[in-house]
Design a protein around this ligand. Sequence first.
Ligand SMILES: *Cc1c(COP(=O)(O)O)cnc(C)c1O
Length: 388
Amino acid sequence: MHLSEILMHLGEDRHNYFNAVSPPVMQTSNFAFDSLDDFRQAIAQEAQQPVYSRGVNPTVAILRKKLAALEHAEDALVFGSGMAAISAAILAHCKADGHVVCVAKPYSWTHSILVNYLPRFGVSHTFVDGTGPEQIEAAIQSNTTLLYLESPNSMTFELQDLEACAAIAKKHGIPTCIDNSYASPVFQNPIDFDIDMVVHSGTKYLNGHSDVVFGVLCGSYETIGRVFAGEYMTLGGILSPHDASLVIRGLRTLELRMQRTHESALEIARQLEGHPAAGKVLHPWLPSFPQYELARRQMTGAGGLFSFYLDADTFGQAERFFEGLERFLLAVSWGGHESLVMPATAFYGVPGREDSTTPWNLVRLYIGLEDPAWLWEGLEKGFQYMRG
Ligand SMILES: *Cc1c(COP(=O)(O)O)cnc(C)c1O
């Protein structure tokens, strides 16, 4: 289906609501029935019909259809955060005394669920450098129940070869799940490479306006039906109808926003590559990126997120960059309208959040929808103050 059809029309049965162009917010927790027969029938089909809004809600259902289609999946569930979607996907595919193979350096709280939470239930894990598929195969054990990928990751952007990983997992009869937040469905569709499940922090590009936290899990009817009756209904980490309507609005401009952020970020990354105050730039769309060929093979763009090393001699000098920097907000997250900067040092000395694998002079930029030339002036201010 064409991207335009999905973003502007799919799932919107306008004749059901006065041909309103924008779908109504069905702000209700509950649905009533005309007869006992209808009531019984609906309860028997709670995964398809509105009965109670922890299950099916019509506004949320519109969003589910769009997101499933965006990821070339049969169905999707939306959750109250990316982590609710990720933990539902993982919990649905692990068992006591089982084992999860996960790519090294996943999102911090994904790391946390494997390291701090699941061991309580006897679930072990192996983190594996996913840049070579053979390393992934070597990590698979007889009790492995899930291969979890994140390609690219959101700090240093290592990729996995999706087709090769899917083939290895199929050979061993293990389901695969990928966090596709970085690329968005506009630039990468992992299901086309035979990956089974796709999760997103929809907080980032999908909503795109820094005003909703939500997540999505896409997969087959079988998987989504199982997760609906399992983690979705029992753990209950749902999205409100109001937030769903905000996301439907955010999606209208998804394609435009992705193109803009991709082009602006690439322009700034190229400028940084030649800048004396910047060291190596980590951006999958630059020919200098170690997995540039693979990125070009399985993605059609890279979006607005990338990192670079400050050419600073001391920690203090690096800190001066952030003091002088203008027009970028100092913050976590990304994917909204506004440009952001996040130093690796933000997590230094924070118990439980420290990441010893990230060098102190690594800086992550998110390029929003502003004019890239105007943003560049703000970066220059930071460099001047650092050097001055
Ligand atoms: C932000 C993020 C998450 C978590 O999503 P929330 O919506 O904040 O729960 C997961 N994966 C990646 C790559 C992220 O950037």
